[in-house]
Design a protein around this ligand. Structure first.
Ligand SMILES: C[S@@+](CC[C@H](N)C(=O)[O-])C[C@H]1O[C@@H](n2cnc3c(N)ncnc32)[C@H](O)[C@@H]1O
Length: 377
């Protein structure tokens, strides 16, 4: 990967445009959309330089020029990639993440290391097509370290520089870009063909599409969100992927549910502080506010409590968050269990105990995620 002067200048322009209203990923999208003539590799170099800056910001001298700081960040990244042992876990804990984090969650040294690496881009292929898709796209790897009970997975790791959204395979709905931890959530739901599910915080439909796939397009999924804009994107994605068993409705966590239907399963993929995504989105380390944790834990509890009323006796309730703070994970799940004795903790993953399970970012080179499953008596 070449980080020449032109790349550093483009990355510096992105960094100067970043603000509380324009996060780094949006600033990057804007800059790269304006640079149509750039090759995929040149665009990727800009992305890597910008994210390296935020990953190593705690080591940089703010008085230096932005170009100089970018250069220093890339040097630190190279050193970490070749000699990770030259960074002590205490130093990473002190400089790579904000100080408030250590009061909110455990900080395993392996997770701190994972956060300093570049993230893996995960794809989810249609069942049974991973091998042919890998051949068609090129630069794909099958995941190596997944436990065998998780097979057959259709997850692939993409290592190329092509804009995947423009590929013929993507346009015909042959795969989705979906982090492996998000794919786990679909498997924790384990919906069956012909069932009725509610994806209560469906957003743009990443997990709705997976549930529909697992249900073989049979049965019905209600997909709700408080954002109509996101639901519109969800509908477009369903059309592209030929998903016909999805119905959308607006819902914003109130007591009044979008339907009187009682469901075989309800997924609450709740809004959260997003600590689990800090490898992929290192800018968020420096913009996330600890004050938001309490407010989000209240919203998560409200969403879970109200959505739970729509679960049939014998049905499943799944709570998922891409965060790792205690208050948003075990805090919410344990309080829900204590207040709802009719919901019995169930297994979200074969071989793991019932109750909330945390997937740490270093385990599968994915986002961090916490998932709890209950079955209604
Ligand atoms: C983690 S994201 C969902 C991601 C989505 N399930 C996916 O896999 O693509 C959380 C979603 O919750 C929605 N949300 C936030 N506050 C909400 C509320 N009070 N009621 C309903 N949805 C809410 C957000 O609009 C966002 O789409």
């Amino acid at each position: 990967m070449v980080f020449d002067t032109a790349t550093l200048n483009r990355a510096a322009r992105v960094l100067r445009s970043v603000s509380p209203e324009l996060p780094a990923d949006a600033a990057l999208r804007r800059e790269l959309a304006a640079q149509r003539a750039l090759s995929g590799a040149a665009k990727q170099a800009v992305v890597r330089a910008v994210f390296a800056y935020f990953r190593w910001r705690g080591w940089l001298e703010p008085k230096d020029s932005v170009q100089r700081q970018l250069d220093a960040a890339l040097t630190l990244q190279r050193r970490f990639d070749t000699r990770p042992e030259s960074f002590k876990a205490e130093t990473l804990a002190a400089r790579a993440v904000p100080a408030w984090l250590r009061d909110e969650m455990e900080l395993p040294p392996e997770t701190l290391c994972a956060w300093q690496q570049e993230p893996v881009l995960w794809l989810r292929a249609r069942p049974g097509t991973a091998v042919s898709l890998a051949r068609e796209l090129g630069h794909c790897r099958e995941p190596q370290a997944l436990p065998t009970f998780a097979q057959p997975w259709s997850a692939l790791q993409y290592e190329g520089v092509t804009d995947l959204y423009r590929t013929d395979a993507f346009q015909r709905g042959a795969f989705e870009i979906q982090d492996l931890a998000s794919q786990w959530v679909g498997h924790a739901c384990a919906p069956k063909a012909g069932e009725t599910w509610w994806d209560a915080c469906a957003g743009e439909g990443g997990k709705t599409l997976h549930l529909s796939e697992l249900m073989e397009n049979k049965g019905l999924i209600w997909a709700s969100d408080r954002s109509l804009r996101r639901l519109e994107t969800l509908r477009q994605r369903c059309a592209r992927a030929s998903r016909f068993n999805v119905r959308t409705a607006r819902w914003d966590s109130g007591e009044r549910l979008p339907t009187r239907t009682r469901f075989d399963g309800v997924l609450v993929d709740a809004p959260c502080i997003g600590v689990g995504t800090w490898q992929r989105n290192p800018h968020a380390r420096w913009t996330t506010r600890v004050e938001d944790v309490n407010e989000l834990a209240e919203i998560q509890t409200r969403l879970l409590t109200h959505a739970a009323t729509a679960v049939k006796p014998g049905g499943r309730l799944v709570y998922a968050v891409c965060t790792l703070t205690r208050r948003e994970t075990s805090g919410v799940a344990e309080a829900f269990s204590a207040a709802h004795p009719d919901f019995v903790p169930d297994v979200s993953w074969p071989g793991k105990p019932a109750g909330i399970v945390t997937l740490w970012p270093h385990e599968w080179r994915s986002n961090g995620m916490a998932v709890a499953v209950w079955r209604r008596r």
